[in-house]
Design a protein around this ligand. Structure first.
Ligand SMILES: [Zn+2]
Length: 102
């Protein structure tokens, strides 16, 4: 699956329990079409102790979100879609609403 998103993009979640929240993209899995957004869509996970003085227990980790459930956030106008312009043979991402570089 192709995506215009990149790591470190700021995205807004548009669906699910964290709808309306924004965060930074940590990881993109283009094969499954999913993204991990920092601090969002957290799930509890039980971990086993790996070392002797490590207790293990329950930790909160980010669960992957479907790419279609997030939107990139433009610094100027908020959640938007990504457009492209070709500038000196360089493809640049822009906000489709206001034209600001993303
Ligand atoms: Zn914009």
């Amino acid at each position: 699956m192709k995506t215009k998103l990149r790591r470190d993009d700021t995205v807004k979640i548009v669906s699910g329990k964290d709808r309306g929240k924004t965060g930074k993209v940590l990881r993109i899995d283009t094969n499954s079409g999913r993204v991990i957004v920092q601090g969002l869509n957290m799930v509890r996970k039980a971990v086993k102790a790996r070392r002797q003085n490590d207790k293990g227990g329950i930790i909160d980790v980010e669960a992957a979100l479907d790419i279609s459930n997030v939107m990139i956030v433009c610094k100027k106008c908020g959640p938007t879609r990504i457009g492209f312009v070709v500038d000196d043979n360089d493809k640049k991402r822009i906000c489709r609403k206001c034209g600001e570089a993303l």
